[in-house]
Structures are given as C-alpha cells and as structure tokens.
Design a protein around this ligand. Structure first.
Ligand code: ADP
Length: 298
C-alpha cells in the first residue's frame, strides 16, 4: 500500500502554547486514519496545516507523493466545520450553492446525493432533515469534485445515536469505494469501530501511530487460582514460552501477564504436569478503553 500523505516533524505554536511538537506519520492509501486525542491535543491544528488553512512553524508534509499543492487540494474533500446550509432550501439547491462557492463539482450533485444516501430526499428542505441527514449532506458537500481523500474533523460531534450510526455506516461505504479518509476524533469508540489506522496525540506530542490492532492491541492476561498458591507460583516459573511471563497476586487470584502465545489450556496442562490442580482459570482481555486511558494518562 503506498502512502497518500507523508507528515514529517510538524510543529506549531500559538504564542506560548505549543499545539504540535514534531509530529510525523504516514497515511496509507485506502486507510481510514483516525487522529485521536483528548480536546486540546492538537488534532484540529494538524488538520488545518494539512489542508493549508494554517501554516506550520516547522516541518513538512506531502500529499500524493509530492503533487503540487494546488493539484493536491483538488483531490481532497474536507469537513472542518459544518457548512452554513440554508434551512429553507432543498438539499439539492444547498449543494448547488456550495459547489459554486467552491467552484467545483456542479455536475456531480446527483451522484454525491446518491453516495450519501440522500438522493430520494434531494428536494426536501434542509430544515426537515434529521441531525444525521444534515451531517450526511455536509459530507456530501465535501465529496463534490470526486476527491480521493476525505478529511473530517469530529464528524459525529453533536449527533444523536442514530446520526452517529448513519455517519459510521457512510464512512464505511465511502472507504469501500476506495476513498482514503482521515478523521480527527476525541472518541476512542469511533476509531475502534471504523478506523484501520490511528495516530494518538496528547498535548501536541504523537504518542503512537500505526494500524489500530497494533497500536491499541489488546493485552490479555490469565487469571489463576490453586489450593496451593505457592506451588502454583513455583510451577509457573518453568512455563515454556519465548517471552518471560510475570505474575502478581490480586485478591487471592494470580494474574499472569506477558505470556505471549500461551493459552489457558497450555497453562492448565503445564500446572497439571507439575502436580498443581487449578481451581480457577480465566482468560481476561484488557479493553481498548483501558489501553487508551493508560496511554493518555501516562
Ligand atoms: P484539538 O483539535 O485536539 O481539540 P486544537 O488543535 O484545537 O486541539 O488545539 C491545540 C491547542 O492549541 C489547545 O491548547 C488550544 O487551546 C490551542 N489553540 C488552538 N487554536 C488556537 C488559536 N487560534 N489561538 C490560540 N491557541 C489555540
């Protein structure tokens, strides 16, 4: 997979506030890339720089392997803040105005309305739309001109649960059509449900980046109890495996961590062979939420 965007060492300050501190990562073509972090971590600043709305103090970025900025800009649709649609006008006419303001994509209003699932309602007034439909129209406006990349800042902010589900589904559909999507969000849930990749920001620092399942990998542990806890600990010292496991006792249960590739049944067999009978054996999974909070609070 080639990279559609490459970011090197971007920094930006507002007076004394350092909003971005040397951020670097690449966005692979076809990915749904989540830029994740709490409020104030620098997400909007980063997107603003990438869309040429803000100037970086230092660092560089290149779209599409170094395409000239004006050409690159035409391949990128963005939604940084909700467009000012006219409440009394139809979806179709609102898109007409947006298209002429941005001087692009007048011809593809119908296909855009189809893409965002509003074609049947194209003649309805904007004010009759649900929150999710309004946001779908906003994404539709970003799709005018048939961009290869879509950049969305907090696309589900302020939506009701139905609207959030609609936007998630739309993002999945657009991704399946080959559009690369970059989403800034403070919601881990959003990233977990729809993103293939993630970059985690905290106070302008990039903590981690890469495929979601690597960055937010679930860390498993095995919970054990035996009548003879001392013998159990002794037996675990000889547990086979490439990585040395570690354990601690919490509330009378032994928690075994770091035993990569070791399954509960392997532990059971090993203990049995050592003459230790287990009275409790459970595989526990650390949630992504826990992992994310650990990263952010570290
Ligand atoms: P996020 O999108 O993650 O909430 P922002 O990029 O909006 O983060 O903000 C990062 C930091 O920069 C915050 O401390 C914010 O208060 C500050 N900041 C953002 N925009 C401005 C601005 N125009 N002037 C001064 N400080 C700003």
């Amino acid at each position: 997979m080639s990279n559609i965007l490459s970011i090197q060492n971007l920094s930006k300050s507002y007076g004394a506030i350092q909003a971005l501190k040397g951020v670097s990562f690449d966005v692979p073509e076809g990915s749904v890339y989540g830029v994740l972090g709490p409020n104030g971590s620098g997400k909007t600043t980063l997107l603003g720089i990438l869309l040429n709305v803000l100037l970086a103090d230092a660092g560089t970025y290149s779209w599409f392997g170094g395409m000239p900025p004006d050409d690159a800009r035409r391949q990128i649709g963005s939604l940084l803040e909700t467009p000012n649609f006219y409440h009394y006008m139809s979806a179709y006419n609102n898109l007409e105005i947006t298209a002429s303001l941005r001087s692009r994509g007048l011809d593809d209003r119908n296909s855009v309305l189809q893409q965002v699932g509003l074609f049947e309602r194209r003649h309805s007034k904007f004010q009759e739309f649900s929150l999710g439909m309004k946001q779908r129209l906003a994404i539709g406006a970003a799709l005018l001109g048939n961009p290869k990349v879509l950049v969305l800042d907090e696309p589900t902010n302020g939506l009701d649960p139905a609207g959030i589900a609609e936007i998630r589904q739309l993002i999945r559909t657009l991704s399946s059509q080959g559009i690369t999507i970059i989403i800034a969000s403070h919601l881990l849930d959003e990233v977990e449900k729809i993103c293939t990749h993630v970059a985690i920001l905290k106070q302008g620092n990039l903590l981690l980046h890469g495929p979601v399942d690597e960055v937010l990998r679930q860390e498993d542990w095995i919970e054990l109890r035996a009548n003879d806890m001392a013998a159990l600990q002794q037996a675990l010292l000889t547990l086979p495996g490439s990585v040395a496991p570690s354990f601690r006792i919490v509330d009378g249960l032994l928690q075994l961590t770091g035993a990569q590739g070791i399954t509960p049944s392997m532990v059971n067999e090993h203990c049995m062979a050592q003459g230790v009978v287990l009275t409790h054996l459970v595989l526990r999974k650390k949630s992504l939420e826990t992992r994310f909070m650990e990263l952010i609070n570290k």
